[in-house]
Design a protein around this ligand. Sequence first.
Ligand code: HEC
Length: 105
Amino acid sequence: MSGSRKAGAALAWALAGGAAFAAPADLHHGEQLARHWCAACHIVADDQTHGTDNAPTFAAIAAMPGFSTGRLARFLADPHPKMPDMQLSRTETADIAAYIANLRN
Ligand code: HEC
């Protein structure tokens, strides 16, 4: 039972991710959104000096093995319980994901 429910959820996520990446993402908008929504806890850019201790920096997130914009978009569609539900649109989510991906060198 739970197996097929999981598969359904995965499919829904895949579809949502596909739609999010249909439009080209806007890095600059992603940065603005990150500074607005995420900077209270995460260090989102090099010029930011502090966030909260328990939240990884965006540069660290971008460097995680297995990181991809698709995975990040799925994560943001169903955020970690310690994070607020920010009600971001698909376009906003894609822009933030592209911004974070761009921090990886
Ligand atoms: C209220 C504080 C808070 C805000 C605001 C917040 N986060 Fe987080 N976030 C956290 C914490 C704390 C963790 C670490 C959770 C853990 O590992 O237990 C986390 C983890 C993450 C991870 C996880 C990585 C992983 O796989 O381990 C990602 C990605 C992330 N945040 C992205 C974002 C983005 C993007 C935003 C803005 C849209 C955001 N967060 C806003 C607190 C926050």
